[in-house]
Design a protein around this ligand. Structure first.
Ligand code: GDP
Ligand code: MN
Length: 381
C-alpha cells in the first residue's frame, strides 16, 4: 500500500525526524489560508502516489499567499503519471545547501532491510545508481540488533564531513529504521535530506510503501489508505478478496493459484502476447469470485481477449464454470473468451459451459496461443 508524503511525514515526525511543519489543502483557497498562517515563502506539493513530482511540475515554491493560491490552482489541475492531483501539501520552504538521499528497502537476496545512502540526493536515485554507483553505499541491517550507533555514524560520514551534521544524520537514520520497522514498511525514504545554510539537517520529502501483508496487525496504518488515489480495478479486487495487479497488455488472465498465474503470463509472453493483468482467484473459488474477476477485467478497455486457465484441485471447475455463466448473463462480453480447464469436476464444468454455448479446452499451450491470436487479431504466434 502506498501512502502520501504528508502521511509518511506524520509518521517520521513521531519518531523524531526533523521535518518542517505542513498542512494539506484540497482547494486553492485552503492553500492560501495555510500559507498566510505560516508566513514567508512556502512550497506547494502535489500529494499523489507517484515519484518525480518535482520534474512533473508538482512541487513549486511560492512567495506570497496570492501566489500560493494560483500555484495551488495550477497543481490541483495536474495529472502526474496519469493520477489526478486532489490534495496539496503546503509547507514552509527551507533554504537548501546540499541534498542527500537516505532510504531503506527490503532486499530479498540478503533477506534483510538494507540502507541505501547517497550524498547525491534530490534527483532520481535510479539514475545515480546507474551512472555513478560509487556515490551510493548499501548497508544491510541485522534484524536482531537494528541499526547500531556506530553503523549509523559510518553511513552518516559518507554523507557529511562535518561531525555535527554526521551526528544529526546518524540519529535520523536510526529514527528512520524505527519508523520503517514499526509501520510494516517495505520501503522508507527521504529524498532530499537537506542541510540548510545554518548547518541544520532536515527531511524535505518522505516516502513510505507498506507491505500489504502487515496491514491486518496495523489498523492505524491501514486507516491511512486513500482509495481515491488507487487504481479503481485494484480497489475492486481487494474488496472481492482477489489478488490482482494491473499490467499494460491486452490479454486478460483469470487463473487459480499464483504459480499457475505466473506460468500463464509467461506463456502469454512466450506466444507473442502481453498480459493485461495478474489475477489469482485463489484456491477455493466460489462462483461469486469469478463474477467479480470478470467484472474487473472487462472494465479495462485495453483487454482484447480473456483467458481462463483453471487447474481444478481444491478449486472445483464446475464452480468456475457457473461463475463464468452467471457473469456473462449479467454482463455479456464484448471480447472473445478462451477457457481452459482440467481437474476436479471438469466433466460437469464442460457440460455447464456447453449448455450455455461456451467451449472449453484442456491444453494450456493451445488455449494461450488461441487467446493471444484473438487479442492480436492473428498477428502474433
Ligand atoms: P519529488 O520530486 O516527488 O521527489 O518531490 P520532492 O519533495 O523531493 O521535491 C523535489 C525538489 O524540490 C527537491 O529535490 C528540492 O530541490 C525542491 N524542494 C522541495 N522542498 C523544498 C524547499 O523547502 N525549499 C527549496 N528551496 N526547494 C525545495
Ligand atoms: Mn523527493
Amino acid at each position: 500500500m502506498n501512502i502520501h508524503e504528508y502521511q509518511a511525514k506524520d509518521i517520521f515526525r513521531k519518531f523524531g525526524i526533523p521535518i518542517p511543519p505542513g498542512e494539506v489543502a484540497r482547494t486553492p483557497e485552503e492553500a492560501e489560508a495555510i500559507a498566510r498562517k505560516f508566513g514567508g515563502t512556502v512550497v506547494v506539493k502535489a500529494q499523489v502516489h507517484a515519484g518525480g513530482r518535482g520534474k512533473a511540475g508538482g512541487v513549486k515554491l511560492a512567495k506570497t499567499p496570492e501566489e500560493v493560491k494560483s500555484t495551488a490552482a495550477q497543481i490541483l489541475k495536474l495529472r502526474i503519471k496519469d493520477i489526478p492531483v486532489e490534495k496539496v501539501l503546503v509547507t514552509p520552504a527551507a533554504d537548501i545547501a546540499s541534498e542527500a538521499y537516505v532510504g531503506i528497502i527490503v532486499d530479498r537476496v540478503s533477506k534483510k532491510a538494507v540502507f541505501m545512502v547517497s550524498p547525491a540526493g534530490g534527483i532520481d536515485i535510479e539514475e545515480v545508481a546507474e551512472k555513478t554507483p560509487e556515490k551510493i553505499v548499501r548497508h544491510p541491517v541485522d534484524p536482531r540488533y537494528g541499526l547500531q550507533s556506530y553503523e549509523a555514524m559510518n553511513l552518516a560520514f559518507f554523507l557529511y564531513k562535518d561531525v555535527k551534521q554526521a551526528r544529526a544524520a546518524a540519529k535520523i537514520l536510526q529514527q528512520l529504521y524505527a519508523a520503517f520497522m514499526a509501520s510494516g514498511a517495505s520501503l522508507a525514504e527521504i529524498n532530499p535530506l537537506v542541510t540548510t545554510p545554518e548547518g541544520e539537517v532536515v527531511a524535505l520529502d518522505a516516502k513510505m510503501v507498506i507491505d500489504d501483508n502487515e496491514l491486518d496487525r496495523l489498523p492505524d496504518i491501514e486507516a491511512l489508505r486513500d482509495e481515491s488515489a488507487e487504481a479503481p480495478s485494484e480497489v475492486l479486487a481487494r474488496k472481492a478478496n482477489l489478488t490482482f495487479i494491473k499490467l499494460d497488455g491486452n490479454v486478460g488472465c483469470v487463473v487459480n493459484g499464483a504459480g499457475l498465474a505466473m506460468a500463464t503470463m509467461d506463456l502469454v509472453k512466450y506466444y507473442g502476447g502481453d498480459p493485461a493483468n495478474f489475477l489469482d482467484i485463489g484456491g477455493s473459488s466460489n462462483p461469486e469470485k469469478v463474477v467479480n474477476a470478470l467484472r474487473i477485467i472487462t472494465s479495462d478497455p485495453n483487454v482484447k481477449a480473456i483467458l481462463f486457465n483453471i487447474f481444478g484441485g481444491i478449486t472445483r471447475t464446475d464452480d468456475v464454470a457457473n461463475g463464468i455463466v452467471t457473469a456473462i448473463n449479467e454482463n455479456p462480453l464484448k471480447v472473445p473468451l478462451v477457457i481452459r480447464l482440467t481437474g476436479t469436476n471438469d466433466e460437469i464444468a464442460v457440460k455447464i459451459l456447453k449448455e450455455n454455448g461456451l467451449a472449453a479446452m484442456t491444453d494450456m499451450d493451445e488455449a494461450v496461443q488461441k487467446a493471444v491470436s484473438l487479442a492480436t487479431g492473428g498477428k502474433a504466434t
